[in-house]
Design a protein around this ligand. Structure first.
Ligand code: C2E
Ligand code: MG
Ligand code: MG
Ligand code: MG
Length: 282
């Protein structure tokens, strides 16, 4: 009967929902143990000077967290929120900072100007001893503070806890660079660009998507780049996938960028080979 069919359907639905909930719980409890189990790894995406007469060597690497879960490599969008909800992002965040500094410090032996750019969760900056712990990590790894870039998001500035601004100022005074990531996707008022000690704006890749076909998008790009430059901020374009985007960016005065066209996020080994290739060619 229709009623029985309905019941069966409901049961099936119910079952699949339970499976999904169970699956999610499994992911959650698993990712919370990933640090102890040594399942996190770092990938590195090179950032380049886009000007044609510049060296092929990357100016910076952005450090991107990966979770090696069995055979699967899980991207951060799937597990960072879980780490944040549970507070586990705090120890994981320190681990990322230390590993990133250790690794990039090694590369600086042959590429002394290489910057290390690390993504921060807002919760990390709210830790009262964040600055002190970072200072210890820099000391332990011998990473110069002025070669470290911390990437924060607009939401972090908007929801800032009382101590966030003080911490950012302290970091800037140490020489650490602060980058505003995914700029243009949040709801930051422009006044924030002056209120906080920022050094770099990372232009979100959504701006580059239609830039060749949509003149308004192009105007927006130009305005953001012009504004940032006039405030003395460096602009890094994210998500460069086509050559015409590079030409457009250079035309607007933005000469730093990263994206799949230039280099995908890669293992430390692969990035080392890239650096050796660059040095060999010089
Ligand atoms: P993000 O900081 O904006 O990083 C850039 C993301 O864009 C990376 O995704 C990268 O793989 C991707 N991407 C780079 N170039 C291109 C391109 O040309 N085209 C396209 N379609 N995508 C490109 P990923 O690695 O999945 O990271 C996602 C986000 O997770 C990051 O966005 C960052 O907000 C966060 N994240 C990554 N690592 C960490 C970490 O260690 N700590 C924290 N708190 N967040 C992290
Ligand atoms: Mg980033
Ligand atoms: Mg970004
Ligand atoms: Mg982005």
């Amino acid at each position: 009967s229709a009623k029985e069919a309905g019941k069966a359907r409901f049961k099936r639905f119910d079952q699949s929902m339970q499976d999904r909930v169970r699956q999610r719980l499994k992911v959650e409890s698993n990712v919370l143990q990933a640090l102890q189990r040594n399942e996190f790894t770092l990938h590195f995406q090179p950032v380049f000077d886009l000007r044609p007469d510049r060296s092929e060597q990357p100016v910076a690497v952005e450090v991107l967290l990966r979770w090696q879960h069995g055979e699967e490599v899980v991207a951060p969008a799937a597990f960072i929120p879980v780490l944040e909800e549970s507070g586990e992002i705090i120890p994981v965040g320190y681990w990322v900072l230390e590993q990133a500094c250790l690794q990039v410090r090694q590369w600086q032996a042959s590429a002394p100007n290489l910057y290390c750019s690390v993504n921060l969760s807002g919760l990390q900056l709210q830790e009262p001893d964040f600055v002190e712990r970072l200072r210890q990590i820099l000391q332990k790894t011998a990473m110069p503070a002025r070669k470290l870039v911390l990437e924060i998001t607009e939401s972090l500035l908007i929801d800032q806890a009382g101590s966030t601004l003080a911490s950012l100022r302290e970091l800037a005074a140490m020489g650490v660079k602060i980058a505003l990531d995914d700029f243009g996707t949040g709801y930051c008022s422009l006044g924030y660009l002056n209120r906080f000690p920022l050094h770099v704006i990372k232009l979100d890749r959504s701006f580059l998507n239609e830039v060749h076909s949509n003149p308004k998008q192009q105007s927006l790009c130009r305005a953001i780049i012009g504004l940032s430059r006039s405030l003395g901020l460096k602009v890094v374009a994210e998500g460069i996938e086509r050559q015409d985007q590079i030409e457009l960016l250079l035309g607007e005065g933005c000469c730093l960028g990263q994206g799949f066209l230039l280099g995908r996020p890669m293992s430390g080994k692969a990035l080392e080979q890239l650096l050796q290739g660059c040095l060999g060619a010089e």
